[in-house]
Write a protein that binds this ligand. Structure first.
Ligand code: CMX
Length: 475
């Protein structure tokens, strides 16, 4: 029997998250019906193997009829201006609307909080369920998510030489550099690289890409937590628990599992930082490098290096540094006037206010709002959260008056630090590593589709200024 999986907000409202219900997000690009059976839950790979031929046929038919339609023109300013607004990428997992923010396979963050399976006793979505959604376009059942948690736990161990490599890094090497180094070293295990060397047929590329992706994601907590323990603690790590979810295990490796609220924060954090369509630096880089058929480890490591930039993921570290400096300089109870002066000093010093502005968004980032709501629920009286709230009410006005930024509203990075501080994860240089663990879910799920859809080598055209001038007859 076939079950209609049309998503509607009405269904979402009534969704029982632990029940085996299926919803197809409105914007999902995968077929609208799916055989429903009570048989044993399929693994993600089994489900994907069913979906891929349908999607390949859908894309082929779409391109046949609409392949020559025009997406847009490109101006000289856009070529010099970071390619803002140029429509030239396909990204299946999520689409970003400038006003509304991100939708994962058609679902907003509040939708995800309603319909994606949570942990027993918890209320935030499990990142495993988000990964399933990103890869398949379908809301998984609780049973399917449990299977994925178990699979990741089973694949979590990292080779000894990678442990030694991390252990040999000086504590002064930035955690993101250590992270990138370790992911490059994990490439030793790549099934895609091995299969390619052995002459795998291109129609099968997606399979070792999927295996690498699953291994990579599974191993991230052991890599990331080892860096944390080495740099900030005694270097000793506990073992992963085979029957626990990804976020619990990651929290345990970091040393924060005794606080259920922290584990819930990790589930929310790892879910909402995962994907932000394809044009942002980490996503685009991973996709670009993958287009050369570099395996998922090499591709993701390249994306991480972009995430480590202060205008991208590193901003979450910068926000906390900036906020703590403000607190130190003018006090946590500073008046609105004092805060405004501090802001103008930052702007007049030729620096950006970290955590505010966005290349695409033009409203408050819903990822900021989700974290704010978490804070209102779990730490409403925390003095630093109250300062962040105060800044939320003051900064957009000052940035608007400053008149440069196209978006004066906060982005995701403006809120994460204060939550982590509250639970005792105070080492802000480490924050981008957490972002990176989450970002792996989004960028690697796209890599699977890149290979399944036969995406070619990416190679846009460039010109020199001299050539452009000649093109338009400029002096
Ligand atoms: N503070 C001060 N000035 C800002 C600003 C901010 N928060 N945001 C933008 N501006 C300035 C830009 O630097 C630029 O100035 P110039 O014309 O002198 O070069 C001008 O406003 C126009 O920029 P824009 O078109 O609004 O923004 P961009 O698309 O160029 O850049 C971003 C977007 C995120 C890099 C920018 O808003 C910024 O630097 N924000 C602070 C850093 C930050 O929070 N980054 C994290 C983003 C989310 C993420 O990727 O994780």
């Amino acid at each position: 029997m076939s079950a209609l999986r049309a998503f509607s907000s009405n269904i979402a409202k009534n969704a029982v998250r632990q029940a085996p219900l299926r919803f197809a997000p409105a914007a999902a690009t995968i077929g609208a019906t799916r055989a429903y059976s009570t048989a044993k839950a399929k693994t993600l790979k089994e489900r994907l193997a069913e979906i891929i031929p349908e999607k390949q046929a859908e894309v082929k038919a779409f391109r046949k009829e609409y392949g020559n339609k025009i997406l847009g023109e490109v101006s000289v300013d856009q070529a010099y201006g970071g390619m803002r607004g140029i429509k030239g990428l396909v990204w299946e997992g999520s689409v970003l609307d400038a006003e509304e923010g991100i939708r994962f396979r058609g679902l907003t963050i509040p939708d995800c909080q309603k319909v994606l399976p949570a942990a027993q006793g918890g209320s935030e979505p499990l990142p495993e369920s988000l990964f399933w959604l990103l890869v398949t376009g379908e809301v998984p059942t609780a049973e399917e998510v449990k299977g994925l948690s178990a699979e990741w736990a089973a694949r979590a161990q990292i080779p000894e030489f990678v442990e030694e490599l991390i252990d040999r890094c000086p504590k002064t090497l930035h955690p993101m550099s250590q992270f990138s180094l370790a992911i490059n070293a994990l490439q030793h295990e790549s099934q895609f690289a091995k299969a390619y060397n052995e002459g795998i047929h291109k129609s099968k590329y997606w399979e070792p890409t999927f295996e690498d992706t699953m291994d990579l994601i599974a191993k991230l907590p052991n890599v990331a937590a080892r860096i944390y323990r080495n740099v900030y603690k005694d270097g000793k790590l506990p073992a992963i628990e085979a029957d626990k979810d990804y976020s619990y295990n990651f929290s345990k490796l970091l040393g924060f599992d005794s606080n259920q609220d922290f584990v819930e924060l990790m589930r929310l954090y790892l879910t909402i930082h995962s994907d932000h369509e394809g044009g942002n630096v980490s996503a685009h880089t991973t996709h670009l490098v993958g287009s050369a058929l570099s395996d998922p480890y090499l591709s993701f490591a390249a994306g991480l290096n972009g995430l480590a930039g202060p205008l991208h993921g590193l901003a979450n570290q910068e926000v906390l540094r900036w906020t703590l400096k403000l607190k130190e300089t003018i006090g946590i109870d500073a008046s609105e006037e004092q805060i405004k002066k501090y802001l103008w000093d930052t702007l007049n010093g030729g620096q950006v206010v970290p955590g505010f502005g966005h290349a695409v968004l033009r409203k408050t980032d819903p990822r900021y709002t989700a974290q704010r709501e978490f804070a209102l629920k779990h730490l409403p009286d925390d003095p630093l959260f109250n300062l962040v709230s105060k800044l939320y009410h003051i900064i957009p006005g000052v940035l608007t008056e400053h008149g440069k930024t196209k978006n004066p509203w906060p982005n995701v990075d403006a809120h994460s630090g204060v939550l982590l501080q509250y639970y005792g994860l105070t080492e802000q240089d480490y924050y981008t590593v957490l972002f990176g663990v989450s970002r792996a879910l989004g960028v690697t799920s796209q890599l699977i589709w890149d290979r399944a859809l036969g995406m070619p080598l990416e190679r846009p055209k460039s010109y020199s200024t001299a050539y452009l001038k000649k093109m338009f007859g400029a002096n």
